[in-house]
Design a protein around this ligand. Structure first.
Ligand code: ATR
Length: 275
């Protein structure tokens, strides 16, 4: 019988996941279909119950449901529970189990650029859901430091306090992070600032950026944010958000099928969709 996969979000029309996963199912000759569903917050409980009742094999969860889904599942793995967000659900023998592949997806994408973050000084800009996934994943990798810069200091401090893997990170204002920027080897922009259509916005002053630094932005629309462009012009190595998106999808696909898919194929597919 054909297997059903889905993504739940609101809005969902822009999601590139259905085309990406359906292409993989057909490429690997797996009899499955992946569908997008726009689900309002008040209907999330019914939607999850429905997917379970009809025996969906798995699904992704996107904005704004990544946290609210947790109590609706039968179980959540340790990393996702600590992050407080699930983006991938697997139907394991009738039980819906939640995982987070956003943080591990970011880390896997980074591996092509940085052999290891061990011993590196890392700055995560932002303290929202995406930042939490990245911070918790990187904190396990033995960096010299992972500091958080955010507009709202309380959110940054909470993130640091919530993390069981590390407890000597600093929370900084965006201004102070800009002033201290030369200290950091790896800077990860994980806020929504600079995302289309607000492409002129930038979270942090890059005047003090070291030209030996690596700068990542999790945004992929536009492919090069103002932040990345400025970092590139200052001589830094840059990475956009395509890798994180593709690798979170690849890790979800692996959880569902046992196959780690061809990420180059996925990347080309996504780039084509972005036009
Ligand atoms: P996501 O789940 O996609 O990460 P989010 O949880 O809404 O989204 O988090 C958005 C991040 O972008 C937060 O770090 C937010 O900062 P605050 O914690 O201060 O709200 C940051 N952000 C969004 N718009 C911003 C702006 N105009 N200036 C500064 N920070 C902004």
């Amino acid at each position: 019988m054909k297997k059903l996969f889905a993504v739940l979000g609101d809005p969902i029309g822009h999601s590139m996941s259905p085309i990406m996963h359906n292409d993989l199912f057909s490429f690997y000759q797996i009899d499955a279909h992946y569908l997008p569903f726009q689900v309002k917050g008040e209907n999330l409980h019914d939607a999850v119950k429905g997917l379970k009742a009809i025996g969906a094999a798995g699904f992704n969860v996107t904005v704004p449901h990544k946290s609210k889904i947790i109590p609706l599942l039968d179980g959540v793995d340790e990393l996702a529970a600590n992050i407080g967000a699930v983006n991938t659900v697997v139907n394991e023998g009738g039980k819906l189990i939640g995982y987070n592949t956003d943080g591990p997806g970011f880390l896997k994408g980074l591996e092509a650029y940085v052999s290891s973050v061990a011993g590196q000084k890392v700055l995560v800009v932002g303290a929202g859901g995406a930042s939490r996934a990245i911070y918790f994943t990187l904190a396990k990798e033995n960096p010299l430091a992972v500091d958080i810069a955010n507009r709202t200091m309380a959110t940054a401090s909470k993130l640091i306090n919530d993390c069981p893997y590390r407890n000597f990170s600093k929370a900084l204002t965006l201004e102070l992070a800009g002033l201290n920027l030369a200290e950091y080897d790896l800077i990860i922009q994980s806020t929504t600032i600079g995302m289309s259509p607000n492409i002129a916005e930038q979270p942090l002053d890059l005047a003090k950026l070291s030209q030996h630094a690596m700068v990542c932005d999790i945004i992929y629309n536009p492919l090069e944010t103002q932040f990345l462009r400025e970092a590139r012009l200052k001589g830094a190595k840059i990475q956009n958000g395509i890798d994180m998106f593709v690798y979170q999808g690849a890790l979800a696909f692996e959880k569902w099928t046992g196959i780690f898919p061809d990420v180059e194929r996925m990347r080309e597919n996504v780039l084509q969709q972005l036009g």
